[in-house]
Design a protein around this ligand. Sequence first.
Ligand code: GUN
Ligand code: ZN
Length: 409
Amino acid sequence: MIVVGQLLLECAETPGAARLAPGYVRVEDGFIAEVVEGELPSTCDLGGPECLVSPGLIDTHLHLPQFDMIGAHGMPLLEWLMGVTFPSESRWEDAAFAAAMTERVAKQLVSVGTTTVCAYSTVHHEATVAAIETLSKAGLRGVVGQAMSDRYAPDNLVGGTKELLDQTANLLEQFPHSGRLAAAITPRFAVSCTPELLSGAGRLAAENPEVIVQTHLSETIPECQLIGELYDGSKYVDVYRAHGLVTERTLFGHGIHLDAAERAVLREASAVIAHCPLANSFLRSGAMNRAMAINEGVRLSLGSDIGGGYERSMVRVARAMVETASALGDVYPTPADAWWQITAGNADAAGFADAGRLQPGAPADLFIAEPDLPWLESPVNPLAMILFAWDDRWVRQTLVRGDVAYRAG
Ligand code: GUN
Ligand code: ZN
């Protein structure tokens, strides 16, 4: 299959930025066989000279069970969890419901060009298995974790400490890191985990040195104060560090309210902050200073954090990242930076060597969009036009492993 268009590629001379080049991608047996720049072929199966051909987008922080509550009451985090999130996640006690819902979520994801995710399930084990199997059947790449909590939630959303650790250990066996869709070690956040649960999660991380660890960190000030009360006055990052959870494959959602010493711990461990700008504004958590983190050498990724965040499209999340930086007066991430972040940047942050780039040998996870504006005539910057004027309806097809997973009506 030949896919023609303006290819979204990495800039060799500007690390951390994307660029466009006309060309085509040849897909064979589900993989990218060839990427040709500067030349349009005589045959074309998908796309066209006016189309964008982008690697499938990567969302490094989202909650599968929260897709049905997007936009529900933007109260502060701890009230929102108790009042809205936990009641909604209770529905995943029913694994059949979780499977059906995940099928709907997978459709929503591919319809906005997302092909790779780092996702949270709920505390429920059967629902997590069902979610992984369903996303896998839909062809998605990435990781899903059973969100472990053994306190600070209603009874039906907490598990026994040992039981939760055994269940995650089982998931790691059943869905190993070598798979296209794998299990992740996912202590929800230190508020809802006892020190014993965090220690067990740290042990699992040490025993499984490739596996992604995901959790939440310093999203709101009342949350950080609660951490101080629960953990003898410790700082939030130090709690995770003391339990072996600050690693180069840990994705820390949010990381807004950190001091310089905490950021230094993250930098030294090469841990990643999964920046979630839309959730931060929806829940009024604060604004993450991305430029400061970059200047201090902290690795970053970007996530929708649905349902704290309210946009499924990673292009819109990338736009929010630019807007947040701009409101803080930071060095403005360029549109080229933003497109890189949601493709190759997120792939690097999460360690997915086979995602985020149009590269020969990689699975053919990509999407084709047809921007309804004269973007190619832009004298300045077509990447800016398609970032700021983005419309999800421009997505025409999304391929996962070379199969058309979404085709616009
Ligand atoms: N902290 C702990 N759980 C959650 C969650 O589900 N969403 C967000 N935004 N923060 C959290
Ligand atoms: Zn989250």
